[in-house]
Design a protein. Sequence first.
Length: 323
Amino acid sequence: MSGSNNPYNASFGGQMSATASFGAAPAAGGASPIKDTTTANFAKDVIEESRKQPVLVDFWAPWCGPCKQLTPVLEKVVTEAQGRVKLVKMNIDDHPSIAGQLGIQSIPAVIAFVDGRPADGFMGAVPESQVRQFIDRLGGPAGADDQAAEIAAVLEEASGLLAAGDVNGAAELFGAVLQADPENAKALAGMAECMIAAGQSQRAREALADLPETLANDAGIQAVVKKLDQIDEARKLGDPVAIEHELATNPDNHEQRIKLAKIRNVEGKREEAAEHLLTVMRKDRSFDDDGARRQLLDFFEVWGPKDPATVSARRKLSSILFS
């Protein structure tokens, strides 16, 4: 998507600043901020340690090519962060249970723990600049602003406007980023989200069609595509009023409850959608081969790891899994 065919064309009006380098010299001496962990040591290395400072958990496997690209970048940036965050690496081949319990469905995946709980995260071998921005959000910025940081700030503002319902304002900012960086995956995904919010789901799908492989495989863009699939599916599930009536007379009809969760999800009622699935899990984990949990993990993938609904539902999910 370029500036010429951007459906929400906008411009920064020359506001982009000159670039400046990120980073700081590695800290001299002291304990290493990087370590490997196991299932047995996870609580100590991650949960307890995150009460002192943010801890990034890198879920990886030896066979994973993108993991081999991301891990050195993580190690470099964490080292240069001079103690603002720690990095804990977990080989999911040797220790699969934690990743499974947290709903990690693809790797590499990085989950940040703060105060003993998952707080943020990302998937895929993202560029070094995005890793720095991620760590800056958690532990505070380390260096001077540059164009990448300014773009990140604009994207953050655009996401806030979209969350607040200002679709046009958000689209203008996403469009401005796309003028400066036509292949910015977050801006492309954000623009598609604006189209969805404006009731233009088909236009959003067309905007994300035929992207280069590197963009098409971006986790954010894939999440928007999955959201479009969820919208299409929900349209075929029937009348939510009739489903609610059925649940009022038969609250243990788990199939209908999962259908209602899917409908509420595309209506934007995320907390209600999650609660329906959690209810099924509390009553019958075996239903549809643990289908409620699998559906909830699909929701997490679309909502994103730092969405309040994801954070809240993941905590409730953990209490069910570990009770």
